[in-house]
Ligand binder design. Sequence first.
Ligand SMILES: NC(=O)c1ccc[n+]([C@@H]2O[C@H](COP(=O)([O-])OP(=O)(O)OC[C@H]3O[C@@H](n4cnc5c(N)ncnc54)[C@H](OP(=O)(O)O)[C@@H]3O)[C@@H](O)[C@H]2O)c1
Length: 251
Amino acid sequence: MVSAKNILIIGASQGIGNGFVQKLINQSDTGHIFATYRTENTAENLFSLKNLYPHKLTTITVDVTHENEIQQAVTIIKSHVNKLHLVINCVGILHEGELQPEKSLKHLNTDNLWRYFQVNTIPTGIWGKHLQPLFKHSESSIFAIISAKVGSIEDNKLGGWYGYRTSKAALNMLIKNMAIEYSRVSKNTIVIALHPGTTNTKLSTPFQKNVLPEKLFSVNRCTQQLLSVINNVTINDNGKFFSWDGSNLPW
Ligand SMILES: NC(=O)c1ccc[n+]([C@@H]2O[C@H](COP(=O)([O-])OP(=O)(O)OC[C@H]3O[C@@H](n4cnc5c(N)ncnc54)[C@H](OP(=O)(O)O)[C@@H]3O)[C@@H](O)[C@H]2O)c1
């Protein structure tokens, strides 16, 4: 018998990650949800859910740029469960304080480029390293990472957003590589990259003015669409990059 799903949502304070927790917490096949947040300041919605579902939801504080915090989070998860069925990494930055996406080469600077990679790229590999034992079981499992279509090298027609694009392109290679290694050591795990479509969150707010209303998804619609993709993937989809409508994107 397949057990109720144990789920980890990384970056669940707001935006798409918070939307996933809201949706999954009510599903009958959900066992326990672990949800990470960086700071209490932006996590009120998550804490409200925690108050409503104290036995079903565990919140864990993690700044994903610190490996020791990722390691501690995994230790906490292991103290509750011995397997995970679904992990979705929703952490990402496009802008952060003074850091804004670069329109031209003249805007590039080393600190900003490093920050994009520090948040958008590296943590997925570190989570992949520490979470692997929790994926080694006989039931089907999914490790989904929210990437972005602008990280596709083949699809790049516009240029700009150097740091965000390159950090997501590198993330895509990391996901593909991880999918290959997981297929050897954790044979029932499907590792995939997901593009959510432009979604109305803090990340996209400054860049929405040229987006047609019908192309701007609510968090509710975005998470519904991505869960539909997640629910339909099979082991043959390991290592693929999916758009919100289930179509394949080029790496
Ligand atoms: N929204 C879109 O249109 C869109 C389009 C394509 C791809 N995406 C991707 O979708 C993912 C989710 O984005 P979103 O739209 O939901 O953005 P969001 O509302 O800004 O949420 C981003 C999440 O990442 C967390 N985070 C940022 N830096 C962190 C760090 N160092 N440690 C831990 N958590 C950190 C934030 O936590 P805090 O609350 O602490 O800031 C927040 O929970 C990202 O990977 C993004 O690149 C979004």
